[in-house]
Ligand binder design. Structure first.
Ligand code: C2E
Ligand code: MG
Ligand code: MG
Ligand code: MG
Length: 288
């Protein structure tokens, strides 16, 4: 039996696979080194009220500033980080950095942080969140954690227990990318989400397709009757924003409202000021 397994292993092993494994191992080593060298950074994308246009918060989006390849987007490295378990350390860095940075913002907007399904599988996620809040001093009410349905489907009872522990800290929970993947009404029935983020794919034909418009309208109605605010993702045109306003959508996020940017760029644009404790003079803070 052992012999047979060994033989099978040999047959499946070939040079192409060896190459793929080596590439993955190299990329993994690069990811680890990047974290140690401080090459990860967070960009923030503004979220606004559709009705008033006021800023309500910022979503933290992870970027890898690679010395040769430039800025690398999460889709290129999050999957490997998840498979290898590295997302644990990386996710902790994201959480701590976002909370720390947000404490310096004036006005004190909310900050949204994405959680990987893999982070949910680790023990004591709520303990880590509590520690980070204590260390950084961020008001828990200013932290929103974004989950996707893929986080929930693996072990629903466990996910629900963790969500309750997180909410007990005073942190709010959003359902990200709603309408894609596993979307089921059961998720909405059982989980106490504070906000639903409608996936950006719905904005693509929102204006031109009566079908898409009907679906968006139904999601907005569902939000109203459940008393859960809806944020529409991926707003790229003024027309989309106008129509969302007519349909009674609560919040919006997208390139039309603001691209993800560094805190420095956001401060320079005048959207936020930084508290004096962050090394800026009080005079500067008053000016902004
Ligand atoms: P997401 O959480 O749904 O984030 C929104 C994504 O849509 C971002 O891509 C953002 O740049 C993009 N986006 C925003 N507005 C528009 C728009 O108007 N048009 C278009 N075409 N795109 C828009 P990004 O930064 O590449 O992130 C992709 C995904 O990677 C995120 O989707 C999230 O699932 C994941 N991610 C990002 N940062 C983190 C992180 O710190 N931890 C984890 N676990 N996942 C992260
Ligand atoms: Mg998100
Ligand atoms: Mg999303
Ligand atoms: Mg998305």
């Amino acid at each position: 039996r052992a012999k047979k397994n060994a033989a099978q292993k040999i047959c499946f092993y070939d040079e192409a696979m060896d190459e793929a494994v080596r590439t993955r191992t190299a990329l993994m080593a690069e990811l680890q080194a990047a974290l140690e060298k401080g090459l990860f950074e967070l960009h923030y994308q503004v979220q606004t009220s559709v009705l008033t246009g006021e800023i309500t918060g910022y979503e933290a989006l992870l970027r890898w500033r690679h010395p040769e390849r430039g800025v690398i987007l999460p889709s290129e490295f999050i999957p490997l980080a998840e498979e290898s378990g590295f997302i644990g350390r990386l996710g902790e860095w994201v959480l701590r950095t976002a909370c720390k940075e947000a404490t310096t913002w004036k006005p004190p907007y909310k900050v949204s942080v994405n959680l990987s399904p893999v982070q949910f599988a680790y023990p004591n996620l709520s303990g880590l969140i509590a520690d980070v809040l204590r260390e950084t001093g961020l008001d828990p009410a200013r932290l929103e954690l974004e989950l996707t349905e893929s986080t929930i489907i693996t072990d629903k009872a466990r996910a629900l227990a963790i969500v309750h522990q997180i909410k007990a800290l005073g942190v709010t929970i959003a359902l990200d990318d709603f309408g894609t993947g596993y979307s089921s009404l059961d998720t909405l029935r059982s989980f106490p989400f504070d906000r639903i983020k409608l996936d950006r794919s719905f904005m693509q034909d929102f204006e031109s397709s009566p079908r898409v418009k009907a679906i968006v309208r139904a999601v907005l109605a569902l939000g109203k009757s459940l008393d859960i605010p809806i944020l529409a993702e991926g707003i790229e045109t003024p027309g989309q924003l106008l129509l969302l306003g007519e349909e009674g959508c609560d919040h919006a996020q997208g390139f039309f409202l603001g691209r993800p940017a560094t805190v420095r760029d956001i401060v320079d644009s005048g959207q936020i000021a930084r508290a004096a404790s962050f090394g800026h003079s009080a005079r500067e803070d008053r000016a902004l």
